[in-house]
Design a protein around this ligand. Structure first.
Ligand code: ATP
Length: 573
C-alpha cells in the first residue's frame, strides 16, 4: 500500500534485526512444538515401562527444549522490539522532517490537538504493523510447514486436519474479526483526536475560560470526549478479545478432532497408539503460534488508517519538496523590491494584499504603519517565504524570492514576530536558541541594551514565558535577535508593549546595531519614526502613502491625520 511505503522502507533498514527475530521466532516455535510432542510421547512411553536410560534421554530432551525455547523467545522479543523502536524513531524523524517545511500551512488547517494526536498516537500505531501484521505470518508459516511435514510422517490424515485447522485460523477467524472491525473503523483514533483537541484548547485557554466562567462547560466537554474515547477503546478491546476467543475455540476443535481421528486410526491399525498423545500436544502448540493471526486484520487496518492520516498531513510536503538553492549574499545588506504583489488567505473573501509595489534600498530603514488588518504582517510573512504571493514578484537585490532557499533566508534575517515563543528553561537557554556561542558577558550586555539589567542569565523562564510580562517578552525577543549577525531586520511591532521611554532606549541600541543593515519595522505607534528613511502607510492591503517622516507630514495626508489623532490622544491622557 502506498501509505505504508515509508514503513516498508523503515523495515528494510532494520532487516538485520528482523532476520535475527525471525530466526529466534522460528527456533522458539519449533522448540515449543518439539517440547510438547516429546512430553506427549514421554507420557505415553511410561505406560510401557521403558528402560530407565530412554526415560532419562526423554526428560533431558524436555528440559533442553524448554531452555532452548525460552532463550529463543527472549532473542525474538529482543530483536523484534529493537527493530520496532528503531523503526518508530525513524518514522518520527521522517514525519517531522516532512512536517517542518509546511508547518505554517498545516497549523492553519489542523487544530493543534489533532496534530498532536497524529504525531504521537498515529505514529505509535504504526509499530503494530511490524509486530502484529508483517511478522507473525512469517513465523506461523515456517513453524506450521515444519510441523505438518513432521506429522505427515505419522499420519497423513492428521496432517490434513492440521492444514484444515490452519486455514480456519488464518482465514476464517480473521475474516470474521475483519467484518466486525469495519464497523468501528478508525473510531478510536477519531475520538483520541477529539480528546486531544479538547485538552489542548482547555490548557491554552485556561485563564480566559476561567475568567469568562466557561471552565465548567469546557470541563464537561472534556469529560464527555474522554468517556467517548473509553467507550470506543472498550468496544475495540472487546472485539479483539472475541477474535482471540474464536481462535482458542478453533484450536480446541482441532485438538478434539485429532483425538477422535487418532483413536479411529489406532482402531484401524494405521497409527501406533503411543503417538496419539504426542499428536494432540502438537495440535495445541502449533495453533498457539497462530493466535496472532486472529487479530492481524484489526491491526492491519489500524496501521493503514494511521499511515493514511499521517500521509494526508504531510502530503503537501511532496509538492514543496524541491527547494531552490539561492542564498542571500553573506555579510551584505540587501535591497528589497515588491512589484504588483497580491495575496489572499485561503477561505478569505477579500485579499490581504492588493497589487503592492515598493522598493526598500539596501541599508535603509523602513517603517510600515497602518490600521490593524491592513496587511503589514502579511508583507513580512511573504518576505520570509512563510507564504507565497498569488501574483507579483518579490526580489532580494536582483534575485527572485522563488530562487532563494528558505532556510538560508531565515538564517540571514533577524526576525521578531508579533508573538515570540519562550521555552521552559533558563534565560540563557532562551537567548541562545540557535546554540550560537556567546559569552555570559555578551549576553548580559545585550540584556542591558534591551533595558533588562536586573534579569540574571540563570533566572528560570516558565513554559510559554508565563512568568514574564509582555514587555519583558518583547525585550527578550529583541535581545535574542540582537545576538544574531544577519544583515536584514524584519521586526513586527517589537516594542508595542513597552512604555515610550523604554521603547526609545531599546530602539536606539537596535538602530545603532543595524546602522548599515536593511531594516523593516512594523509599528502601530507613530512616535520615533523621524529616524526612518521611509515610512510606508498601508490601508486595506495597499500602500497608500510612502515617503520620509517630513515628506508625509508635509503632504498632510493619511499619515498626518493619524499623527494628529495620536497627538490628541497623548495630550488627552
Ligand atoms: N492566517 C490567516 N488566515 C486568514 N486570514 C488572515 C490570516 N492572517 C491574517 N489574515 C487577514 O489578513 C488581513 C491582513 O492581516 P495582517 O495580519 O497582515 O494585518 P496587520 O496590518 O499586520 O494587522 P495588525 O496590525 O493587527 O497585526 C486581515 O484582514 C486578517 O484578517
Amino acid at each position: 500500500m502506498n501509505e505504508l511505503a515509508i514503513l516498508t522502507k523503515a523495515m528494510l533498514q532494520e532487516r538485520k534485526d528482523i532476520v535475527m527475530a525471525i530466526l529466534g521466532g522460528f527456533i522458539a516455535g519449533i522448540a515449543g512444538v518439539c517440547l510438547f510432542a516429546t512430553s506427549g510421547y514421554l507420557i505415553s512411553q511410561t505406560v510401557f515401562a521403558p528402560p530407565l536410560y530412554s526415560l532419562i534421554v526423554l526428560t533431558s530432551l524436555v528440559k533442553i527444549l524448554g531452555l532452548v525455547r525460552a532463550a529463543a523467545r527472549y532473542a525474538e522479543r529482543l530483536y523484534t522490539h529493537r527493530a520496532t523502536f528503531s523503526m518508530l524513531s525513524r518514522l518520527r524523524t521522517a514525519f517531522f522532517a516532512k512536517l517542518v517545511p509546511l508547518t505554517p500551512g498545516v497549523l492553519n488547517q489542523k487544530r493543534s490537538g489533532d496534530l498532536l494526536s497524529r504525531i504521537v498516537g498515529d505514529i505509535e500505531s504504526l509499530q503494530h504493523y511490524f509486530l502484529r501484521v508483517a511478522y507473525p505470518p512469517v513465523i506461523v508459516v515456517m513453524v506450521f510447514l515444519a510441523t505438518v511435514l513432521f506429522t505427515s510422517a505419522f499420519s497423513i490424515w492428521i496432517a490434513c486436519l492440521f492444514i484444515l485447522g490452519m486455514l480456519a485460523a488464518a482465514f476464517v477467524v480473521p475474516a470474521i474479526v475483519m467484518l466486525g472491525q469495519r464497523k468501528n473503523h478508525g473510531r478510536v483514533r477519531e475520538q483520541r483526536s477529539a480528546l486531544s483537541t479538547e485538552v489542548t484548547e482547555l490548557l491554552y485557554g485556561f485563564r480566559d475560560l476561567k475568567v469568562y466562567g466557561q471552565l465548567q462547560q469546557r470541563g464537561e466537554q472534556l469529560e464527555s470526549a474522554s468517556a467517548a474515547l473509553t467507550a470506543e477503546q472498550q468496544a475495540a478491546a472487546r472485539h479483539l478479545l472475541r477474535g482471540q476467543s474464536l481462535h482458542v475455540f478453533v484450536t480446541f476443535l482441532i485438538s478434539w478432532s485429532v483425538l477422535t481421528l487418532g483413536a479411529l486410526l489406532i482402531v484401524e491399525g494405521s497409527l501406533a497408539g503411543v503417538f496419539l498423545a504426542m499428536l494432540v500436544m502438537i495440535s495445541q502448540t502449533v495453533f498457539e503460534e497462530a493466535a496472532a493471526l486472529a487479530t492481524l486484520p484489526a491491526y492491519k487496518q489500524d496501521s493503514e488508517h494511521a499511515a493514511k492520516r499521517l500521509e494526508e498531513t504531510v502530503r503537501a510536503a511532496d509538492v514543496l519538496a524541491e527547494q531552490p538553492s539561492g542564498k542571500l549574499p553573506a555579510g551584505q545588506a540587501v535591497s528589497i523590491e515588491l512589484s504588483g504583489v497580491s495575496f489572499q488567505y485561503e477561505d478569505e473573501w477579500r485579499p490581504a494584499l492588493k497589487d503592492v509595489s515598493l522598493h526598500i534600498p539596501s541599508g535603509s530603514k523602513t517603517a510600515i504603519v497602518g490600521p490593524s488588518g491592513s496587511g503589514k504582517t502579511t508583507i513580512l510573512e511573504l518576505l520570509l517565504k512563510l507564504r507565497t504571493p498569488a501574483e507579483g514578484q518579490i526580489r532580494f537585490n536582483t534575485t527572485s524570492i522563488q530562487e532563494l532557499d528558505e532556510a538560508g533566508l531565515w538564517q540571514a534575517a533577524n526576525v521578531v514576530l508579533q508573538h515570540s515563543h519562550f521555552f521552559r528553561g533558563t534565560l540563557r537557554d532562551n537567548l541562545l536558541l540557535k546554540e550560537e556561542a556567546h559569552s555570559d558577558e555578551a549576553l548580559s550586555a545585550i540584556l542591558n541594551k534591551v533595558q533588562l539589567p536586573d534579569k540574571l542569565l540563570d533566572d528560570m523562564v516558565y513554559e510559554k514565558g508565563e512568568n514574564l510580562s509582555e514587555g519583558e517578552k518583547q525585550r527578550l525577543a529583541l535581545a535574542r535577535v540582537m545576538l544574531r549577525t544577519g544583515r536584514l531586520w524584519l521586526l513586527d511591532e517589537p516594542t508595542s508593549s513597552l512604555d515610550y521611554i523604554t521603547e526609545q532606549r531599546v530602539l536606539r541600541h537596535l538602530l545603532a546595531q543595524a546602522a548599515d543593515d536593511t531594516l523593516i519595522l512594523i509599528s502601530h505607534r507613530l512616535t520615533g519614526l523621524e529616524a526612518m528613511d521611509q515610512i510606508l502607510v498601508m490601508d486595506h492591503g495597499q500602500v497608500i502613502e510612502a515617503g520620509s517622516y517630513s515628506d508625509l507630514m508635509k503632504q498632510k495626508g493619511y499619515f498626518y491625520e493619524m499623527k494628529q489623532i495620536e497627538l490628541q490622544m497623548i495630550e488627552g491622557s
